[in-house]
Write a protein that binds this ligand. Structure first.
Ligand SMILES: Nc1ncnc2c1ncn2[C@@H]1O[C@H](COP(=O)(O)OP(=O)(O)OP(=O)(O)O)[C@@H](O)[C@H]1O
Ligand SMILES: [Mg+2]
Length: 361
């Protein structure tokens, strides 16, 4: 049985539909992420799971039991908010053990569980410190320890890494993965940062305007986005208008105006006459001289339009003969060699027969 199931959940604010008929199934032990742009309804979903907000329609089931009528404080669910909401006048130890004291656990039990929780988040030496004496990452660990001490069946995390700087954020991502693995608690994580979602999650639900666009594992979302919204929201991608035509042998083939045929897998259900885009990731596009690309099924002549140096990689924008731009990513593995191809130079671009996807309009 699924740990959490949302069945056709809808939430309106006046005429505005913030969450629109969302159905999701989250398994026990899963690190599940709701990903989407600002205002797409992520926090509203978390608040309904936690019981701070109520659906206008649909059901929320935890371990198969409908949560309707169960007040927030009775739900075996804990939420960690972006601000961490630590009590400033309580020490780390008092903050973490707060839920146990509220639930009137015995003093010895509280001491034991606090000790375990402190070890779990590696804050053993900091029990007597106050929140303002801690770094952002340490504060997050306190918030996590406080959330975990009651052993909830579900941990909800709302943009909990958003306040941290890039370096610390990366460290906390690794910590969060390790912690989740160790404690085995089901996480529902909310973020609008796609890199974070890809790094952390077992599965991701991509949301847009209150609706779920696709639910999948990170690599599948990235490699096989179901539609243009998902393709565009996750990572970089070039989209070129294309249509499906009939080949001389009566097969389907993908054609780009002014460029010609593109060899790419066309999924079942795509039929002759379909219009849409050919979408390809920058790292799938190779650029170079003719000979280097000869073995690739797709190759075209282009002109280097611009170059974006990013330290580890450079992103080239290449103008194709029909005027469209395509991005190609090249690792800068040789030191001091950032610009392999000059702006304005004529070059070849190519990609494999199995690269890219066709997406309907
Ligand atoms: N109590 C409320 N009253 C009216 N509108 C609301 C209320 N709560 C949320 N909304 C609206 O519902 C939509 C979804 O809000 P929500 O907070 O779920 O977005 P989000 O995906 O978490 O966005 P962000 O990434 O910015 O946190 C927004 O347009 C928001 O303005
Ligand atoms: Mg939010």
């Amino acid at each position: 049985m699924a740990r959490l199931e949302l069945r056709n959940i809808t939430r309106r604010f006046g005429d505005f539909v913030a969450v629109d008929d969302v159905s999701l199934t989250i398994e026990s032990g899963e690190f599940f992420t709701l990903l989407g742009p600002s205002g797409c309804g992520k926090t509203t979903i978390l608040r309904m799971i936690a019981g701070f907000e109520f659906p206008d329609a649909g059901q929320i089931l935890l371990d198969g039991i409908d949560l309707v009528g169960t007040p927030a404080e009775k739900r075996p669910v804990h939420t960690v908010f972006q601000s961490y909401a630590l009590f400033p006048h309580l020490t780390v130890g008092e903050n973490i053990s707060f839920p146990l004291r509220m639930a009137r656990h015995a003093a010895a039990d509280i001491r034991q569980r606090l000790k375990e929780a402190l070890e779990q988040v590696r804050l053993g030496g900091k029990a007597g410190k106050y929140p303002h004496e801690l770094s952002g990452g340490e504060q997050q660990r306190v918030a996590l320890a406080r959330a975990l001490i009651n052993r909830p069946r579900l941990l909800l995390l709302d943009e909990s890494l958003a306040a941290l700087d890039a370096k610390l954020r990366e460290e906390m991502q690794v910590e969060l993965i390790n912690l989740q693995r160790e404690v085995g608690i089901t996480f529902v994580f909310v973020t609008h940062a796609q890199v974070e979602a890809l790094a952390l999650s077992h599965r991701i639900a991509v949301m847009n305007q209150g609706k779920v666009e696709q639910v999948d594992e990170p690599a599948r979302l990235y490699g096989f986005p179901r539609n243009r919204f998902v393709a565009d929201f996750i990572g970089q991608i070039t989209m070129i208008p294309a249509q499906v035509e009939e080949s001389a042998h009566g097969h389907r083939r993908l054609v780009v105006d002014g460029l010609g045929e593109i060899v790419t897998p066309l999924p079942q259900g795509v039929v002759i006459g379909d219009k849409g885009v050919f979408a390809i990731r920058p790292e799938q596009v190779r650029i170079g001289v003719q000979a280097e690309l000869a073995e690739l099924k797709n190759h075209f002549t282009g002109e280097v339009h611009s170059l974006l140096y990013q330290g580890d990689v450079s992103v080239y924008r290449v103008r194709l003969p029909n005027g469209t731009m395509i991005e190609a990513l090249l690792p800068n593995s040789a030191p001091g060699r950032a610009e392999l191809f000059k702006v304005g130079a004529e070059i070849k671009v190519g990609w494999r027969h199995d690269a890219g996807v066709f997406l309907h309009e």
